[in-house]
Design a protein around this ligand. Structure first.
Ligand code: HEC
Ligand SMILES: [Cu+2]
Length: 328
């Protein structure tokens, strides 16, 4: 369907608009939904409704017909909310509904229901540099999980003082970060993995054509892994709060990677076996992934050849995985 600019808003909408004046008056909800569907499938994106049509019924029907697609209503702030309808489950699977690339079908997420106090605690912890980014990697001590004290966000202390114009911190020298003050541990930092319902643990099979020596994983050297991550190619794409050189936003922020239950758009559990293969060859793990392959000899679709210089052995990947596990 032909598209037109909507005034000077910058929006492009279908040239034909669908009027809903009679919805709720002469047109019942079922027919209205059919009309909307037909219109949408023909490429229509402009729907006219108003609170005076059928004394508000038209808007009600239109809203219900759009169901959860509130986020598609342009030029206004859209709010989405969910009412968890189970008293026995508190973790739910979600799926991306916007076409986001080759792996759209692999773009999932999870929702967890937690208390407001736990949510605040989680937010506060996510804002901290977290464990694993201190200059001397401290052993990760298990934290008590009882209290609900909320740690104040320590973000302000770790932001570079002089960010570059377009990339925060791009000019900050690679000198060691000022020793991060020990963050007062918030009580709740992540949804407990042992409480995850079975159906929220991804079962995506590992690609058969990607091998990794899993025996190396238990003895990975986190100290060496840290060096490889914080001084190597990863800094081109990832952020790690507390490491001034790692401010990139091409890939997900890794600061609290270890607290996540899943990786790669929630298609794999976040555990050493999956992390190792992910780093070795992300594109085999997930078609279209925009991260380089790092395993020596693996094909890298970004550089369009096999990885040679700068590639990692399985042992080096095991070291990286050990380090990533400390990022709590
Ligand atoms: C060219 C940019 C690029 C480089 C270089 C890169 N990554 Fe990534 N990384 C990404 C992108 C993009 C994703 C998200 C991929 C997806 O889920 O589709 C990602 C995802 C990840 C994930 C999963 C995170 C999550 O929450 O799902 C980990 C772990 C990771 N990268 C680690 C590394 C490490 C370690 C290095 C260096 C050895 C590295 N990456 C280098 C772009 C990059
Ligand atoms: Cu998508």
């Amino acid at each position: 369907m032909e598209q037109r600019h909507l005034g000077r808003t910058g929006l492009r909408v279908s040239r034909i608009g669908l009027g809903t004046l009679t919805w709720g008056r002469d047109t019942d909800e079922h027919d209205a939904a059919d009309l909307l569907k037909t219109f949408w499938e023909a490429g229509g994106t402009l729907v006219d409704t108003a609170d005076v049509y059928a004394e508000g019924e038209s808007e009600e029907i239109t809203g219900r017909a759009l169901a959860g697609k509130r986020d598609l209503i342009a030029n206004r702030t859209n709010y989405l909310w969910f009412t968890p309808d189970s008293v026995t489950e508190n973790a739910f699977n979600g799926a991306c509904v916007e076409f986001c690339g080759d792996s759209h079908a692999n773009m999932r997420f999870k929702t967890f229901t937690v208390t407001p106090a736990d949510f605040d605690s989680w937010v506060a912890h996510q804002l901290t540099p977290g464990a694993g980014t201190e200059v001397a990697a401290a052993p990760v001590t298990p934290q008590p999980t009882t209290g609900t004290a909320v740690a104040p966000p320590a973000q302000a202390q770790t932001q570079p003082a002089t960010p570059a114009a377009n990339q925060p911190g791009a000019n900050v020298p690679a000198s060691p970060a000022p020793a991060a003050p020990m963050v007062q541990q918030a009580g709740f930092i992540a949804f407990p993995r042992d409480k995850m319902p079975e159906h929220t643990i991804p079962q995506t099979p590992l690609p058969a054509n990607l091998t990794f020596d899993d025996n190396l994983l238990p003895s990975g050297n986190a100290e060496n892994g840290k060096k490889l991550v914080t001084t190597g190619a990863c800094i081109a794409c990832h952020s790690l709060r507390g490491v001034p050189m790692m401010q990139a936003r091409v890939g997900p922020n890794l600061t609290h990677l270890g607290t996540r239950t899943t990786i790669a758009g929630a298609i794999y559990p976040n555990d050493p076996r999956h992390l190792a293969r992910w780093i070795k060859n992300p594109a085999v793990m997930k078609p279209g992934a925009k991260m380089n392959s790092f395993g020596v000899g693996q094909y890298d679709p970004i550089i369009k050849s096999a990885v040679k210089v700068g590639g990692f052995t399985d042992q080096q990947i095991a070291d990286i995985v050990a380090y990533l596990g400390t990022l709590k």
